[in-house]
Ligand binder design. Structure first.
Ligand code: G
Ligand code: G
Ligand code: NA
Ligand code: MN
Length: 250
């Protein structure tokens, strides 16, 4: 496969970059952190969607090197900020299940001089499926070093409420497919309301993804959602765009 071959050289060729998207506290309208989102500019094909190339990188194993590069780059970036904002990084199944993942995270945090409490790893429930015992062990070790864990895309795919009970999640991210048009779409509104109630009951903060309109935001505020992410607050962009947020002078 051509893409698979090209992916192996993408980092060395400087074709990969990271876009950062703000996560905003709704009460204060303050940015609490940023999600790191990988971007690949293919030399011939131009911008490639991660939705296309991440699965290929997973299948080929290239995700291990790429994921390490993302974590290293984003942690170094976050360590350079003038404020202790969080950095949220997506972790794939192959990464989480690789034998040296926890020591790699430690080494990256040490080298970046980033406090572990600043790092949040986003994992989807599909990541837990292959080897739940091993995933639990790894997540427990990560929590022990002070890293937090968010359940990404909650409500899609292999979603099961038992995952919330059996794994040490610190946060729930409601998938953007449920957030879309919550102010006008009855089933989506009921699901978002239920997830917010679940978070309250479990004592887990909930962040809504993909918030695009003020109507969606009004609904989330009315239902007690405390944090959101989406185009309404900021599109994923090079970190320089957010300089005024990452480096607020007193
Ligand atoms: O940014 P965008 O919406 O196009 O991302 C599409 C998908 O790619 C999302 O599911 C997102 O979680 C995933 N993704 C983006 N960056 C990374 C990354 O660095 N590692 C992994 N594993 N997935 C990522
Ligand atoms: O799977 P994950 O939640 O990591 O995917 C995040 C993806 O969602 C990113 O690719 C990002 O570009 C995209 N995204 C972020 N905010 C919005 C939004 O408000 N609307 C839509 N449609 N996509 C968004
Ligand atoms: Na994510
Ligand atoms: Mn998500």
């Amino acid at each position: 496969r051509i893409l698979e071959h090209d992916l192996r050289h993408a980092i060395a060729n400087g074709e990969m970059s990271i876009a950062y998207q703000p996560q905003t506290h709704l009460g204060s309208n303050e940015v609490t952190g940023f999600e790191a989102l990988l971007r690949w500019k293919h030399p011939a094909r131009g911008d490639m969607s991660p939705a296309i190339f991440i699965p290929i990188a997973e299948e080929s194993g290239a995700i291990l090197a790429i994921g390490e590069w993302v974590m290293r780059t984003a942690c170094h970036e976050a360590a350079s900020w003038g404020r202790p904002l969080k950095i949220a990084i997506n972790v794939s199944a192959l990464q989480l299940n690789s034998p040296d993942f926890v020591s790699l995270v430690r080494e990256i945090l040490d080298q970046a001089k980033l406090d572990p409490s600043r790092l949040e790893l986003e994992i989807t429930e599909s990541v837990l499926i292959r080897d739940p015992d091993r995933a639990l062990q790894t997540l427990t070790l990560l929590k022990a070093i002070g890293v937090s864990i968010a359940m990404d895309d909650f409500g899609t795919g292999y979603s099961s409420l038992s995952n919330l009970r059996n794994f040490p999640f610190d946060k729930i991210k409601i998938d953007r497919s449920f957030v879309r048009s919550i102010d006008v779409n009855m089933p989506a509104a009921a699901i978002v309301r239920a997830v917010l109630g679940l978070g309250r009951g479990l004592g887990l903060p909930v962040i809504a993804e993909g918030v695009e309109t003020s109507g969606e935001l009004a609904f989330l505020n009315a239902e007690g959602c405390k944090e959101a992410q989406g185009y309404l607050f900021g599109r994923p962009a090079p970190i320089e765009v957010f300089r005024a947020v990452t480096h607020v002078e007193a």
